[in-house]
Design a protein around this ligand. Structure first.
Ligand SMILES: [Zn+2]
Length: 202
């Protein structure tokens, strides 16, 4: 499924964008990788909330998401594969962001809950996905942290990164620790490519 431009998403899901932009203005400066992963995730949440051309989600007076309009529910019912693919992508991106609790996550869960009975099967699928994927965030987050340091500082060696970041518990970190981190950065680069995230060479 094509992800609309940020401009289109900003007008389709103003609440979500405003929240992200306010947050990113101060907190994402030193985290260029996390910022891009979060944005890729947010774009997909926005599409789940409001597929292109459909009415805005119902919100309360505080701007909190209440439910998807029937058109959106029907749309996802008819585009089950796109729905599943988007949810899967959201989960993959979440697993790299390492953020255990972020507002977009609530939004997506709410969006999914608003999909009513005809899509029971999809709900079951999503539940199973969540169980299966668990939250192997630590290792992946290590890759993101290492990548951030490689981007924001004169490029540190893998050994130096291991000394700084490795959580293996040993008193001193060896070649294996450095290699684990390097592998995580390689895996991260694959994910960044998959989501068309362009950053300076890691
Ligand atoms: Zn170690």
């Amino acid at each position: 499924m094509n992800i609309p431009s940020d401009e289109e998403l900003r007008s389709a899901c103003p609440e979500e964008w405003r929240e992200f932009e306010a947050e990113s203005a101060e907190s994402y400066d030193e985290y260029p990788v996390l910022k891009e992963i979060t944005l890729a995730h947010l774009r997909r949440c926005c599409v789940l909330l409001r597929p292109p051309g459909l009415p805005a989600p119902v919100r309360d007076s505080q701007g909190q998401f209440v439910k998807s309009p029937p058109e959106t529910q029907l749309f996802w019912y008819e585009h089950e594969n796109d729905f599943k693919a988007l949810v899967k992508e959201c989960e993959e991106l979440e697993s790299w962001s390492g953020v255990t609790k972020n507002p977009e996550e609530d939004i997506i869960i709410e969006a999914l809950q608003s999909v009513e009975t005809p899509v029971k099967e999809i709900m079951q699928y999503v539940k199973n996905q969540r169980k299966a994927s668990g939250r192997p965030a630590t290792k992946r987050t290590l890759g993101v942290m290492a990548a951030e340091l490689r981007l924001t500082r004169p490029r540190p060696s893998w050994t130096k990164l291991a000394n700084e970041l490795c959580d293996c518990g040993q008193a001193s970190h060896d070649h294996g620790c450095a290699e684990r981190i390097r592998q995580q950065v390689i895996a991260l680069k694959k994910v960044l490519r998959k989501y068309d995230i362009v950053l300076p060479e890691l």
